[in-house]
Ligand binder design. Structure first.
Ligand code: NAD
Length: 261
């Protein structure tokens, strides 16, 4: 195999959660451009259907379903539908996620805490479990990519907020990644994570309206800018493909250098 052939995903089938917009949409487009058929799920129906059309315009099979990653029954139905309509699942990108309430810990409600942990941490387990069962049953291996964050390692300093519930959930994603990698390596399922820094998506749009926050974050980042959405594409294809065939349990940081300082 030549090095470019290592990145080829022709004939593969992928699922991307939270694939309607932002980093998930870019991940889905990257996998499709590399040759994969891509199923996406999200809470946002209009955006999801639009991304599905973009994937089909690339000449790939695609489907979109409205799925909440905290709801096991919806996930089971979606995974079954993907297998029935697309034949199999080779790749899962666990990307769906939400921002913190922004409240200090002493003011955080328990409902809000539970929703954060359920969506940003447990949701990745809820989706990966039926997908891994399918992969184990098929005996052809597979790849899982969890979207973690630099907040898997450091507490956010977008003062006055530290977004602790988000950081705790993403810290859990790092350990979940290592745990899945350990349990599923015998089945040739590789599990890695991407830890983006500050990316210019809808999730960070509100905070980007405050010049003092933009100034603080870019000052803390050696490359002095936010990442662009599409800058996740290369790492997604690398981790999804044979190019990373000896890699599992790793967390690839993609942050313009923020965590250096
Ligand atoms: N933008 C950043 O700076 C940044 C940095 C590090 C990590 N991340 C992570 O990247 C991932 C994508 O974030 P983004 O920046 O593209 O944000 P985004 O808000 O644009 O996209 C997140 C997507 O997830 C979907 N989603 C949320 N909850 C869901 C649920 N319960 N079920 C199904 N779908 C759900 C949303 O509808 C949305 O389409 C998230 O996990 C986020 O935590 C983002």
């Amino acid at each position: 195999m030549t090095v470019m052939e290592l990145f080829d995903l022709a004939g593969q089938v992928a699922i991307v959660t939270g694939g309607a917009r932002g980093l998930g949409r870019q991940a889905a487009l990257a996998l499709a451009e590399a040759g994969a058929d891509v199923a996406i799920c999200d809470l946002l129906v209009a955006e999801g259907e639009q991304t599905q059309r973009e994937l089909e315009a690339l000449g790939r099979r695609s489907l979109f379903a409205r799925v909440d990653v905290t709801q096991s029954a919806e996930i089971e139905t979606f995974v079954q539908e993907v297998v029935e309509r697309m034949g199999k699942i080779d790749i899962l990108v666990n990307n769906a996620g939400m921002p913190s309430s922004g409240l200090a810990l002493e003011d955080e409600s328990h409902d809000s805490w539970r929703r954060m942990i359920d969506t940003n941490l447990s949701g990745m387990f809820y989706v990966a479990q039926p997908v891994a069962k399918h992969m184990i049953g098929r005996k052809e291996g597979g790849v899982i990519i969890n979207v973690a964050s630099i907040n898997s390692f450091i507490i956010s300093n977008i003062l006055p907020r530290h977004n602790v519930p988000y950081c705790v959930a993403k810290g859990g994603v790092a350990q979940l990644t290592r745990g899945m990698a350990s349990d599923w390596a015998p089945y040739n399922i590789r599990v890695n994570a991407i830890a983006p820094g500050y990316m210019a998506t809808t999730m960070t749009a509100a905070s980007r309206h405050y010049p003092e926050i933009v100034e603080r974050l870019t000052a803390n980042t050696p490359m002095k800018r936010y990442g662009k959405e599409e800058e996740i594409k290369g790492t997604i294809v690398y981790l999804a493909s044979c190019a990373s065939s000896f890699m599992t349990g790793s967390i690839v940081v993609l942050d313009g250098g923020t965590t250096i300082w």
